[in-house]
Write a protein that binds this ligand. Structure first.
Ligand SMILES: [Zn+2]
Ligand SMILES: [Zn+2]
Length: 334
């Protein structure tokens, strides 16, 4: 089969590779669409060490079932998407429902585990979900980033979210703009979106943000009860704290920079709460699928779709220099 293989830092090649090995409980999926994640781009640049060449990346995927074990209830031709965190299902985290932080699992398209940027991928049936075929593949592949968002939105105690007078989302990338839409479906609270790029601020307004904020020129006031951080860098993390009211809550989703300097005194003396939000559980994934199938989200304005794996190398190059182009979320279709 053809695959887009990450061969070295800053290098992707289209090559012929053997079809994946299909084990007894595996579903063989003919891939139809793959979203390219910010974490894939960081890995491609060699920044995180979480993509080890040679590797087929791709953890946001949708496709058609080619073969499936009988017990899975899936049939050839079914439209499916994949829960890419292959949690162990046995440890204390998994059995208490926190599969997202299972320390034993693998993750498709990460480290050494081949993912979906290829014609086929084999995935244990437990992690394969049927999707209503009315959802186009280029939207169905967004179940994964959308599940990141439904997890983050469900992380705060419900009263904290419901009683918030003002909510800020730091970062108007794919996660921030999906989160904007999910939060709007949950609460009527006015939501502000902060982003350096004018195109993304514009997009946020068109998707229902009450106001937008340019962190390079607008000055921050500590007016928000709840702040979501969807960038993962020092400046944006600092902004998520500076924008909080006394006693406020921030949810950190972004995960680009490892070590940053932080104003610990502000957290202590203003009694701020910082929640880390990582991946998603099966429940979050199901919630994301439900939202996708409801058709209530505006996904088309967020995505740039290219057909054919051969566009992969150029797309990664473009995504690695985000300020020079207008792509919010790239999806490759096959
Ligand atoms: Zn992702
Ligand atoms: Zn586990």
């Amino acid at each position: 089969m053809q695959a887009l293989v990450f061969t070295a830092d800053n290098q992707l090649e289209i090559t012929e590779v053997p079809n994946p090995e299909v084990r007894e409980d595996d579903v063989l999926v003919a891939v139809k669409a793959v979203g390219i994640c910010g974490s894939d781009v960081e890995g491609y640049l060699g920044k995180t060490g979480r993509r080890v060449p040679p590797l087929i990346m791709g953890h946001e995927l949708a496709g058609k079932v080619k073969t499936a074990p009988k017990s899975s209830g899936l049939e050839p031709g079914d439209t499916v998407t994949v829960h890419p965190k292959l949690f162990c299902g046995q440890c204390s985290f998994c059995t208490s429902g926190r599969t997202n932080i299972c320390p034993h699992g693998k993750f498709l398209g990460v480290m050494h585990e081949n993912g979906g940027l290829a014609e086929f991928v084999a995935v244990p049936a437990r992690y394969v979900y049927r999707v209503n075929p009315a959802v186009p593949s280029e939207h169905a592949c967004l179940a994964e980033p959308l599940a990141v968002v439904t997890h983050a939105a469900a992380l705060l105690p419900p009263t904290v979210l419901q009683q918030a007078q003002q909510i800020l989302i730091v970062g108007g990338g794919p996660i921030g703009l999906l989160l904007l839409q999910v939060l709007r479906s949950m609460v009527a609270t006015p939501i502000t979106v902060s982003d350096l790029l004018p195109t993304r601020r514009q997009l946020a307004l068109s998707l229902g943000a009450k106001s937008v904020f340019d962190p390079a020129s607008d000055s921050i006031t500590p007016a928000f009860d709840v702040v979501f951080e969807a960038v993962g860098a020092a400046a944006s993390a600092a902004q998520s704290l500076d924008a909080l009211q006394l006693g406020g809550n921030t949810v950190w989703i972004g995960n680009a920079q490892k070590h940053i300097e932080i104003n610990m005194q502000a957290i202590v003396t203003r009694e701020l709460t910082v929640h880390g939000s990582f991946l998603f559980t099966e429940t979050d994934f199901q919630a994301a699928l439900k939202l996708l199938e409801s058709g209530s989200l505006q996904l088309s304005p967020l995505i740039t779709v290219k057909h054919g794996l051969e566009h992969g190398p150029d797309l990664f190059k473009a995504l690695a220099t985000p300020r020079q182009q207008a792509i919010t979320k790239a999806v490759l279709t096959l």
